[in-house]
Design a protein around this ligand. Structure first.
Ligand code: PMV
Length: 326
């Protein structure tokens, strides 16, 4: 079987997926819209080897133990489809910090799905790949696509998948990824999805979410940056209100996260077009336009708690590489 390597980027959700209606299949309670973050990358090489007696998975140079079962289960799905029983050697490398709210599981399971299916000799459509990736990590179903992406929530597995609504070249937005800490976040998303409904505000959110998805898609179609930014920032604050009021509560922010949020709002008072989005971690995405990028970047870099800022663009689809990691 063929050794295969893929590179995939994570995404940042403009309308977030939070809560599942099916745990095993990872069917979300609601649809979501995201942008692929070109500049952040996971590269993964997979080879099925007849002489292995178990899967061997290495991430960032370390043998995986904690998340091994989740990866093996995903490889099992692919082995079942391909009709093979061979175990796999998997080596994966990220150019950004893992488990800090930058969606490394999205790019990780997207790259794994693409590399492993190809290595197993399967030829799947993008829809089939999205459905498969979703079962490893929800957001991974969006990360097999490029550009501006929508995940249709779906009632069943074969109707819950993501597709590109506009290619990366459609609108040159800039995403400044602000790293305030490289340590691990306290609550993994998988755990948070389970307690989402304990928040008093959750059903209120769900009642209005389809309307919000339509507004966000409209703002993208009209290339209306201010409208998109306002919707995205309000969505982040609504999402974190759910986290804060879940039982047990999830406090994802660090002091540096709040410093960045306040700085972004202060910049806007001065006419800079920049808006923040935060997932379940503490690092922050600051979305801006190419005209406002330079000023936004220098202001963010001047903040005490900012360790580094990674300048990103809207990313394309994952790519197969000829250079392997082993
Ligand atoms: O795909 P997961 O289980 O890592 O969950 C992603 C959750 C959020 O990042 C908060 C929202 C989203 O849509 O990406």
């Amino acid at each position: 079987m063929k050794k295969t390597t893929y590179k995939a980027s994570p995404d940042i959700a403009l309308v977030k997926y939070w809560g599942k209606k099916d745990e095993v299949l990872r069917l979300p309670e609601n649809g979501s819209v995201s942008i692929i973050v070109g500049g952040l990358e996971t590269t993964t090489t997979v080879e099925f080897q007849r002489d292995l007696n178990k899967d061997e998975v290495t991430i960032q140079g370390k043998k995986v133990t904690k998340e091994l079962e989740r990866v093996c289960k995903h490889l099992d799905r692919i082995r079942n489809l391909a009709g093979t029983s061979s175990f796999a050697k998997v080596v994966s490398q990220n150019n950004f910090p893992l488990s800090t709210g930058l969606s490394s599981s999205g790019s990780g399971f997207a790259a794994l799905t693409l590399a492993a299916t190809k290595a197993a000799g399967l030829e799947l459509t993008q829809k089939e790949l999205s459905i498969l990736a979703r079962q490893g990590s929800g957001s991974a179903c969006r990360c097999v696509c490029g550009g501006y992406v929508e995940w249709l929530d779906g009632e069943r597995s074969n109707s819950s998948y993501a597709r590109t609504i506009h290619p990366a070249s459609y609108w040159n937005l800039r995403d400044l990824v602000v790293v305030v800490n490289e340590g691990q976040k306290s609550t993994p998303s998988t755990k948070g999805h389970k307690t989402a409904k304990t928040s008093l505000f959750y059903s209120e959110r769900q009642d209005k979410i389809d309307e919000k998805i339509n507004q966000v898609k409209q703002a993208i179609s009209n290339k209306n940056f201010v409208q998109l930014g306002e919707l995205m920032e309000a969505e982040t604050l609504e999402f974190h209100s759910i986290l804060l009021t879940s039982v047990p509560p999830i406090i994802a922010w660090h002091p540096g996260t709040v410093e960045v949020m306040l700085a972004v709002q202060a910049m806007r008072e001065e006419g800079v077009q920049a808006y923040f989005s935060i997932s379940t971690g503490f690092n922050v995405h600051v979305l801006t336009t190419s005209n406002h990028e330079k000023l936004t970047l220098s202001r963010l870099k001047s903040l005490d708690s900012v360790k580094r800022v990674i300048g990103c663009s809207v990313g394309g689809e994952p790519k197969e590489l000829n250079k392997h990691l082993f």
